[in-house]
Design a protein around this ligand. Structure first.
Ligand SMILES: [Zn+2]
Length: 351
């Protein structure tokens, strides 16, 4: 596996963007979740919150006191419901509420007389913005009701300040609520978990995932753009990376279709797993289709069998997309893993 590039905990990426690591590195989160402070003026928006590692709020505090001294976080945006993106919300809200109130305190000499006002202090906050708002595209089955998420919608513009505008792009596939955000003034795209800085992204619905990738490609006209991903380093050539992702998936799709359309004997690959499992089907009738695991045995022949269950999951996601595209059909089965899939074109070869 590709070794992970070391990322600093805090780094300024541009005039408007500072990346703060979520401090939650793992096999699944790479160097940890990237969270981003976005904005040119005093008011910042925080995109994603990590998973709730206690040290993260201290790190955030130090950024707000040093690198971004005098700044406040007026809003938090969550890209999708996964724990490593929303898990930090309660801690962050608690921290910000007390910090914003503190910043909003009137000077001691005027405190008694002016205790009801919210317009004095280090930062000019109105009462409603003391408690930051949390925005998210809704996912009713996953969103914690304790967090009062304010809904964002596809194409919604989030005005951070006079010179910073984020455009919401609903990009489902990784999850149904997944959103990316386009920073208009800098022509950069925050892709969250749709495109990663290293490794490959996972998805729960390949069909919508591919549409989301295609859609991301169209952002910013034909101008090249940078990607600030949810995990891993900045991607300098965003469109090239997105095209690479699309090509990789289409290659896999072609492989799966070719296994399905190849002769049912399956003996050409020499794999004992493929031989035994595929011959069970082909002995009845050649080309009657294959189960996902029989496809895995061919496509993932070079991988150890211990990885085959995970590969089966991937192959099934591809098969479901191919089914939606009208390219394969699924035979009746109680469990999807028992279903036999056959190519539609092959079945209608005479047309
Ligand atoms: Zn995720």
């Amino acid at each position: 596996m590709e070794s992970l590039e070391r990322l600093p905990n805090i780094v300024r990426l541009s005039e408007r963007v500072v990346r703060v690591l979520g401090l939650n590195p793992s096999k699944f989160t790479l160097q940890g979740t990237n969270t981003y402070l976005i904005g040119k003026g005093q008011r910042k928006v925080l995109l994603d919150t990590g998973e709730g590692v206690p040290e993260y709020t201290s790190l955030l505090q130090s950024v707000l006191e040093k690198e971004l001294a005098g700044s406040i976080i007026s809003s938090v945006i969550c890209s999708h419901w996964h724990h490593d993106h929303v898990g930090g919300v309660p801690d962050v809200m608690k921290f910000l509420a007390s910090r914003n109130i503190h910043l909003n305190d009137p000077p001691a000499s005027a405190a008694d007389a002016e205790s009801s006002t919210h317009s004095v202090g280090l930062v000019d906050l109105d009462a409603s913005s003391v408690m930051p708002k949390v925005f998210k595209y809704p996912s009713p089955e996953h969103d914690d009701p304790e967090t009062r998420f304010l809904e964002i919608a596809d194409r919604q513009e989030i005005i951070v300040d006079d010179e910073t505008t984020l455009v919401t792009l609903h990009t489902p596939g990784h999850t149904t609520d997944h959103c990316s955000f386009y920073l208009k003034e800098e022509n950069t795209l925050f892709t969250a978990d749709c495109v990663l800085g290293q490794g490959t992204a996972v998805f729960e619905d390949l069909s919508s995932y591919m549409k989301s990738l295609e859609r991301q490609l169209t952002i910013g006209g034909n101008q090249p753009f940078k990607i600030y991903p949810g995990h891993g380093p900045v991607i300098e050539d965003g469109p090239a990376k997105i095209r690479e992702y699309i090509a990789h998936r289409l290659d896999r799709e072609k492989q799966i279709l070719s296994v399905l359309t190849s002769s049912g004997g399956g003996s050409s690959n020499g794999s004992s797993i493929a031989d035994s499992s595929i011959s069970g089907v082909s002995s009845v009738k050649p080309n009657t289709g294959k189960t996902a695991m029989q496809i895995v045995a061919v496509v993932y022949e070079a991988y150890p069998p211990s990885l085959h269950p995970a590969a089966e999951h991937q192959v099934l996601l591809h098969l479901k997309k191919l089914e939606q595209d009208g390219k394969v059909r699924r035979g009746a089965a109680e469990e999807i893993s028992d279903a036999v899939w056959e190519p539609i074109q092959q079945a209608q070869a005479s047309l």
